[in-house]
Design a protein around this ligand. Sequence first.
Ligand SMILES: [Zn+2]
Length: 386
Amino acid sequence: MTCLSTTSYSLLINGSPSDLIQPKRGLRQGDPLSPSSLPFAWRDITSVSLLLEGFNLFSNTTGLQANPCKSSVYCCGISNADKEGISVVSGFSFGELPFRYLGVPISTRKLQAGECDLLVNKMVARIKIWSSRHLSFAGRMQLVNSVLMSVSVYWCQIFILPKSVIRKINSGGFGFRNLAIWNQASVGKLAWSIAQKEDNLWVKWVHAVYVKQKNWLVYMPSIAASGAVKFTIPKHRVILWLALQDRLKTKARLFPYGVTDDDLCALCGLHTENSSHLFFSCHYSTECCRKVLHWLGFNTHRTSLFMILKWAHRHCVGGFRKRVCYAAVAGVVYQIWKARNSAIWDAKVPSLDSSVNCIQSDVRHRIKSILGRKVSTRDKDWLYSL
Ligand SMILES: [Zn+2]
């Protein structure tokens, strides 16, 4: 602050220097000397406390203080209890994702077309301002083209823009350079930096956390490296989706065509075999589901697989265990379909225990193979105890 308040300025007016002007306002928002910072921490209280300690050290050294009214904490994938803890330790309020930082949206997932409205609106606003100026159309086009290109290039260097947004920007007919190729080339520069192991903090972080000692050219990001960790095995997901859409070739659908002798459930032989009976009310499926939920330690009052699925689907976003539950329920649907096929083609209904064992081993292997470092020790212990 001493440097800012003790300096003085002079302006050249009609070629002659003016009297000296003493600055009084000091630092203002947006000044390069007063930057907004975006630090990251793991979700545990210890990491956040260490970060705040660093903050305090910075404040004590430079005299710059964080403004609590303009500071927020953004969290994702953590429990409400952890959130509460972070709120108490930091004293900052919670903000909603996505938010804007340095003019671009920050989100935990891939950039969505809706989030690019900001870019398109920004470009439209500039066009509207220029349209009111007294420029020839040729001059206006040149100005619009060069400045608007720089607006979109800024975004292109950070994100892969959704195709619909590129189409929307190009549809203006301003004769931009091929924005899709420009976007790929700009993001390719980031990949080039990683491949060349450039000496900057971001590249070092990518190498330390993800690439490690592997060769970048053959590096494949693990599923856990993306925000969307899929606990459910793909084949389970497909059968579950088909079952919920009633698109599996159950006897109720085949019987009218004369493909089967009857339309009775292959597992119990008591009811018509349609998706709703086979997966959601047959004794075999409800028992199978009950055993699997008991194995996971979920004591839910819901008895129908459909209700459990709805409940798990609604709650599977945050909690690790609920996501495991959802994966297990999808496994149940898959195994029931497999048992039903075995009953028809091999004339043999697998025992409940063997189906439950298959589900347990599928779920265990899947979750262990994609287990990321973000999973808490408590959840890991729980998984290994299954
Ligand atoms: Zn049945």
